[in-house]
Design a protein around this ligand. Structure first.
Ligand code: 5RP
Length: 261
C-alpha cells in the first residue's frame, strides 16, 4: 500500500493494538439535531481525548472542533437526503479538494445495497475511491441498511464485499449473528456501528462481540453520546477495544468513572 495512504490509515487503526475507537458524530447530515448532538461542540469536546478518530461532516468539523485538537478526521462526504425522504438517494456532497484542505485522515460515504438508489450509491463510492486514492486518502464505506433490509450475515456480507470490491479501504457495518462470515469474506478491515441506543452493558457486549469476532474496532455514535455518561462510556468501550477487557470489567469501569464525575 502506498505510504501516504498507509500513514493515514495508521492514524485511525492504532498500530500498537491493530484496533480503533472511532467516534461517529455525523448523524446530523440526514437526522438534523438528533438527541445528544443538539450542540455538537458541547458533546464532542470532552470525548476527544478518548477517541482515536472522529467521523463527521465538514460543517460540524469547522464549527465545533478546534483545529489544534489534532484528532484524525474521517470526513463524511455523502448526503443530500433527509430522514423525510428516500435515504438511499445520496450524492457526493464534498469535494476531494475540501477534504485535503481539512487535512483529513479518511473520507466516507454510504452505500445502500438493495436500496432504491443502490446503483447511484455504489457509483458514489467507486468515484470517491478514484478521487481520493491519488492523494493517499483512504475511503471508508458505510453499509447503510434500508428500512426493509434484514441486518443478517448474508446481506451484510454482500454489502461489505461489494464495498471492498469497489475499492473501499475499510468498511463500517453492523454486528449480526455469524459475524465471522461477514469479516471472513471481506478482504479489508471492518468496524461496526453501534446502532440505536441500548443500555450501556448491551452496547459494551456488542463492542466485545464485534472485536472478538474479527472487527478491528467500533465506529460508535449514539451508544456513546446518548449514554447517561458519554465520557465514562467511551472509556469503557476503549477498554474493550484496546485493552481486551471483558464486558464485566468494562461495565465496572463505566460505573466507576460515572460515580467519580
Ligand atoms: C450513519 C452513520 C453513523 O455514523 C452511524 O450510524 C454510527 O453511529 P451509531 O453508532 O449511532 O449507529 O454512518 O449512516
Amino acid at each position: 500500500m502506498e505510504w501516504g495512504l498507509q500513514n493515514r490509515l495508521s492514524r485511525i487503526i492504532q498500530p500498537s493494538t491493530g484496533r480503533t475507537v472511532m467516534l461517529a458524530v455525523d448523524h446530523g447530515y440526514f437526522l438534523g439535531p438528533t438527541t445528544g448532538l443538539e450542540n455538537p461542540r458541547r458533546t464532542i469536546t470532552p470525548l476527544l481525548p478518548y477517541a482515536d478518530s472522529i467521523m463527521l461532516t465538514r460543517g460540524v468539523l469547522r464549527t465545533s472542533v478546534d483545529p489544534d485538537k489534532n484528532i484524525p478526521v474521517i470526513l463524511r462526504v455523502s448526503g443530500g437526503t433527509s430522514i423525510l425522504k428516500e435515504l438511499s438517494n445520496e450524492v457526493i456532497t464534498t469535494s476531494i479538494q475540501e477534504a485535503i484542505r481539512l487535512n483529513v485522515a479518511a473520507v466516507t460515504c454510504s452505500i445502500f445495497v438493495g436500496g432504491e438508489y443502490e446503483k447511484q450509491s455504489l457509483a458514489n463510492l467507486a468515484k470517491l475511491v478514484d478521487e481520493a486514492t491519488p492523494y493517499g486518502i483512504p475511503v471508508l464505506a458505510v453499509t447503510a441498511v434500508g428500512k426493509e433490509m434484514a441486518r443478517d450475515a448474508r446481506y451484510l456480507s454482500l454489502s461489505c464485499r461489494i464495498a471492498a470490491e469497489l475499492g473501499a479501504h475499510f468498511v463500517k457495518t453492523y454486528f449480526c449473528e455469524e459475524f465471522e462470515k461477514v469479516v471472513g469474506s471481506c478482504p479489508v478491515s471492518v468496524v461496526i456501528a453501534g446502532g440505536k441506543k441500548t443500555p450501556e452493558k448491551e452496547a459494551l457486549q456488542l463492542a466485545y462481540n464485534s472485536v472478538t469476532q474479527g472487527a478491528v474496532g467500533v465506529d460508535m455514535g449514539r451508544n456513546i453520546f446518548q449514554s447517561e455518561d458519554p465520557v465514562a462510556m467511551i472509556q469503557a468501550v476503549r477498554a474493550i477495544v484496546h485493552q481486551k477487557a471483558t464486558v464485566d470489567q468494562a461495565f465496572d469501569l463505566f460505573q466507576t468513572k460515572k460515580s467519580k464525575r
